[in-house]
Design a protein around this ligand. Sequence first.
Ligand SMILES: Cc1ncc(COP(=O)(O)O)c(C=O)c1O
Length: 392
Amino acid sequence: MPPKISRFAQSVPGSTVVAMRRQADALEAEGVEIVDFGIGEPDFTVPEVVAEAAIQAVRDGRSDYTDPAGLPALRAAIAEFEARQHGTETLPDQVTVTNGSYGALTAIMRGILEPGDEAVVVVPGWGPCRQMIRLCGAIPVEAAMSAVVSRFVIDADAIAAVITERTKAIFINSPWNPTGRVLTVEELSAIADIAVRNDLWVVADEVYSELVFGESRHVSIASLGPEVAERTIIASSLSKSFALTGWRLGYCIAPPELAAVFTKINHTTTRCAASIVQYAAVAAFENALPDVAAMREEYAARGRAVARGLNQIQGVRCPIPEGTFYALAQIPAEWGSSATVAEMLLNKAGVIVTPGSYYGPTCEHFLRLSFATSMPVIEEGLARLREALPPV
Ligand SMILES: Cc1ncc(COP(=O)(O)O)c(C=O)c1O
């Protein structure tokens, strides 16, 4: 018998999204044409100015380690971007540049959680967040939100109800994967009140901050006032907004004392984010915002098309997405568990959707559809769903 694997590591389950994609790969190998509404990854190519800046950085031989906090020019660009776009008073020494927001979130967890601590996670929510908490030996405590007319909303009482003396932090995500919601000032204020009252950190995952549609506005919880700003840690990245997922460039923003801790953690665990990508990211903030706006417009149109198509299917209800690139559709309970429905759709129709159960218990009779795919693919996928889903 080999020696034991860490029990924290063993408590981490595999990803449903990855498992479904692998199943689809096997079907694809047999000749099935798959429509992928599963993966949360932009289908757009990297903005030209960003690609050029990366190539230039390679040619200029920018291949050394950078400061573990990130290139000074990039930290300044991020601070300026955050202050301008989201009204948060951010200074460069509050910024740590990381490997995607995965890197930001793992540094944050390690920086604030100890074994046995509890961290409240608003669910439905992105699975890896709970697993990262587990890897620190801490306990993710789910605060389950409910849907009101098929639309998930923040229930402050449900959050307050799970806080104990061991709670260290509340994790939120707005714009909100998988719901497609953008939290309102009222919802954020209610969370801020709980955090201040109980002296907790607020970890705000704002990775979809630039993907907000129509009348909705992204508000950073850190912008609500000094009392909440001093306890807020933001995690973000260029993955979703600039179509740079595989480039792995993210950042966290925290009060300077804590930011210094995150930089030490970054140094210890990954040394620094890739130098070439950091140079390209400076160009992204300087010159690629028009590309971001164009992608946002396209996502908004796709989100409306997906919701419209889903609402035409009997028994399915889908609010128009306010942000992210996900639509979350409620399905009838009599169709069975969301995992069963997702499995049936993959095998019968060759369509990948993510079962709501992956995101939390109150999301059982929901399916998440990523619309980070082209309009013709979306139309094809919707036609297959219409055909495959049972009559009510
Ligand atoms: C809510 C949320 N946070 C964080 C991430 C991580 O993204 P990245 O590390 O590419 O920034 C994702 C990716 O799907 C996500 O949906």
